[in-house]
Ligand binder design. Structure first.
Ligand code: NOJ
Length: 744
């Protein structure tokens, strides 16, 4: 209610003062007017972002106009005191922009972004981002460092948790949804917060999956795969962008003039501002790309960075750099313009303060929790369901086991600065609360925490299971095993978790594994030790109730894999939208075990495979089962030949042939058979969540403009190349029969 009143009051004020969204010209006039009054010191103050340490130094910096933005402060009272110093005591009264990593929720925590991507539900993701913005702005945060749009093809990299996985199309749709949810179409609304697309760019391709490592992405791949989600987010109105830590082909992102000026600003028309990542200007010295922080400031500004996060490279050195003619005043002015533009758009000048005294209860509002539950439900992927063990039926005694059954902190996942584990509803708590009246719930964790090798408690879990109807085992990763700087070279289940599953399976009772993790783990061998497996990327505050309903069939799984699942980590990188290569493996190969000794050189066929493991993924991109079954039929294209300006229209029937009402994520893929550069074997071009009653069939039409078949060629020119194509409509990236068409 308080939030509602706050909204009404501030919207009215903003509406009176500047109209709902200030017209573009007005903002530009205000920017110019203010800029004309600013001294160089005041300008470089705006270009400086500080991390909150203690109040007094921040108040002084604000008063002296030495700070444009502060990160990591969420106390409204302190925010207001610093803001008062900026607005009422500094010479020009420019408000400070308070920022935070609000990555998958502020207080109410949603599934990690990789889980959100598994929902293939941009509308739900937008609703979640809206909740995050409402809660964060209530604490005074008007700028979030989200969405993270780094394409990731390597699950060893801990930060796969923070992105949308391996596919640029899915990532783009998630990017737009988050930007819309955070920003709304009226940035001046006090519940809107500016989005920040990150990490620009290539960060997800860290060599060896080691965070912060160098990347080597060639130009066409960069333009066809890594850049599109950023472009989509910019087109959706994202106000800020953050440079990444990595160097690509030797150029650190914070000093990459081509990316920041030619691509982001010139080609995409971005008019917000660019911030460095934490000390990524200073780290150019470590990269061996800048001599010292002063040189780093020169490189970053010349490359097109507007605001420096924590290095101090701008505030400390720009005056000297200008005097020495190493940077231009014009570039400083433009940087300040970009920053002020966003501050004006956010309505910060009209509405710089935040209401104090909001209570925790208002953060975890019932509708927020409801959206968090729905998001968690949609993000869970059913990977295996032998003998239709799920949903649980006729179960009177249920054993709940595993280290993550009741781990309120860990199920929240990475990057939860503000989410409070005391609001987490764990699966154990939810099962007891929601199903405990009819089902006896026996909790025997077996293994205390994810990394524990202690097997002493396994016998108790086994004994309990022997006298129960089924066991649900919650395994996976602690929150801290993924996220920034938390990469792993081994992505199997850790500790005694696999042993726990194996010993429970040996009881002969139905075993359901629920994996909660920050990445797709190598769970191949564990599949043999469970009848069913639900894969839940860390599901957030309401993960427990969502999973409880899925287990008992009140909800039906609909999530699909946003990244390929590996059989073994040695397959990295493995992604569905790879090129064909010249010698693809297209028939079963003989693996080590059946390879006779002293075979000749060509004995395994000379194709692109491994001798010791299938080259295919354990589960392909876009994969996920349901409690029901779906059938695609009558898939038809409206034409055989399309012109460049046509829209491809695909019709098909989707039938729910099982006995549960459920939702299927229908996916459309294409392949460009011959290109001036070789094209991927499949590319996702469209998807939709389609809900069908048991037994129902729907006639569906998907439309894809021919222009969306365009790609960047080796000259970096984007165009549709005429020729032959294939198209699939299917439930994952590895199914379906291709239709053929031509573009002329
Ligand atoms: C470093 C991370 O790479 C980035 O994602 C984050 O937004 C900043 N730190 C600020 O916390």
């Amino acid at each position: 209610m308080k939030q509602f009143l706050r909204l009404i009051a501030t919207v009215c004020v903003a509406g009176l003062v500047c109209g709902f969204t200030a017209p573009k010209d007005d903002v530009e006039k205000r920017v110019e007017k203010l800029l004309a009054k600013m001294t160089l010191e005041e300008k470089i103050g705006q270009m400086n972002q500080l991390s909150y340490s203690r109040e007094q130094p921040m108040v002084s910096a604000a008063k002296e106009g030495k700070v444009g933005s502060i990160l990591n402060l969420v106390d409204p009272a302190v925010i207001n005191r610093i803001q008062r110093a900026a607005v009422e005591e500094s010479r020009l009264g420019i408000p400070v922009l308070f920022s935070r990593d609000v990555i998958h929720g502020f207080k109410t925590i949603f599934p990690i972004p990789l889980g959100l991507a598994a929902s293939f539900d941009p509308a739900m993701v937008e609703a979640g981002a809206r909740v995050a913005a409402e809660e964060a702005t209530a604490a005074g945060i008007r700028w979030t460092f989200s969405p993270m749009l780094d394409i990731a093809r390597d699950p060893r990299w801990g930060r796969v948790a923070e992105g949308s996985g391996e596919d640029p199309y899915l990532d783009s749709r998630m990017a737009e949804a988050m930007v819309r949810g955070y920003q709304t179409d009226n940035l001046a609304d006090p519940t809107a917060m500016a989005a920040c697309v990150k990490h620009f760019v290539g960060y997800g391709a860290a060599e060896g999956g080691r965070d912060y490592n160098s990347t080597n992405i060639p130009p066409t791949l960069m333009h066809n795969v890594y850049l599109p989600p950023f472009e989509a987010a910019v087109k959706a109105g994202a106000q800020t962008a953050m440079t990444s830590f990595n160097d690509n082909d030797g150029i650190p992102a914070t000093g990459n003039r081509y990316m920041l000026r030619d691509v982001l600003r010139e080609s995409w028309g971005f008019d917000g501002f660019v911030v460095t990542d934490w000390n990524s200007a200073g780290e150019m010295v470590v990269h061996g790309f800048a001599e010292d922080n002063k040189d780093a400031g020169r490189i970053a500004l010349n490359a097109g960075v507007d605001m420096d996060m924590t290095t101090g490279a701008f505030i400390n050195y720009i005056p000297e750099l200008i005097e020495e003619g190493k940077v231009k005043m014009e570039d400083v002015d433009n940087a300040v313009r970009n920053i002020l533009r966003v501050k004006f758009r956010l309505g910060l000048f009209e509405n710089p303060y935040v209401e104090e005294g909001l209570t925790e209860k208002e953060f975890y509002a019932p509708d927020h929790l409801e959206i968090a539950k729905k998001s968690a439900e949609e993000s869970v992927i059913l990977l295996q369901n032998n003998n239709n063990v799920l949903p649980l039926k006729g179960v009177k005694r249920l054993v709940v086991a595993g280290p993550l059954a009741d781990a309120p902190y860990d199920q929240l996942g990475t990057w939860i600065f503000d989410g409070d584990q005391k609001h987490t509803v764990t699966p154990l708590a939810a099962l007891r609360d929601m199903y405990g009246k009819d089902v006896e719930i026996i909790y025997e964790p077996g293994v205390k925490y994810v990394r524990s090798n202690d097997t002493a408690d396994i016998p108790a879990a086994v004994a309990a299971t022997k006298s129960a109807d089924a066991v649900v085992v919650f395994v996976g990763e602690e929150a801290r095993l993924s996220g920034e700087a938390h990469s792993l070279a081994n992505i199997d289940l850790l500790g005694a978790q696999s042993q726990l599953l194996a010993e429970l399976k040996a009881t002969g009772k139905p075993v359901v594994a629920v994996v909660m993790a920050g990445r797709p783990m190598t769970i191949g061998k564990d599949l043999a030790n469970c009848d069913a497996m639900l894969y839940s990327f860390h599901p957030g505050t309401m993960g427990g109730p969502a999973i409880a309903d899925l287990l008992f069939g009140k909800a039906v799984p609909s999530g699909k894999t946003p990244m390929s699942f590996l059989r073994v980590v040695g397959q990295v990188p493995l992604y569905y939208n790879h090129n064909m290569g010249g010698r693809p493996t297209n028939r079963p190969i003989r693996l080590l075990a059946d390879l006779p000794v002293e075979q000749n050189q060509t004995s395994v066929g000379g194709t692109s495979n491994y001798l010791d493991v299938e080259h295919t993924p354990l589960f392909p991109f876009g994969y996920g089962l349901s409690y029901t079954t779906f059938e695609y039929s009558n898939i038809k294209l409206d034409k055989e030949v399309y012109g460049m300006n046509d829209v491809i229209r695909v019709e098909f029937d989707l039938a729910n042939t099982g006995s549960y009402d459920a939702t299927e994520v229908a996916q459309l893929y294409t392949r460009d058979l011959v290109g001036s550069v070789a094209r991927p074997v499949r590319e996702l071009k469209k998807f939709d969540r389609i809900t069908l009653k048991a037994g129902e069939t729907k006639h569906i039409v998907f439309e894809v403009p021919v222009s969306e078949l365009a790609f960047y060629n080796s000259e970096l020119v984007k165009a549709v190349e005429p020729g032959k194509f294939q198209l699939w409509v299917a439930g994952d990236s590895n199914s379906g029969k291709p239709l053929s068409f031509e573009v002329k």
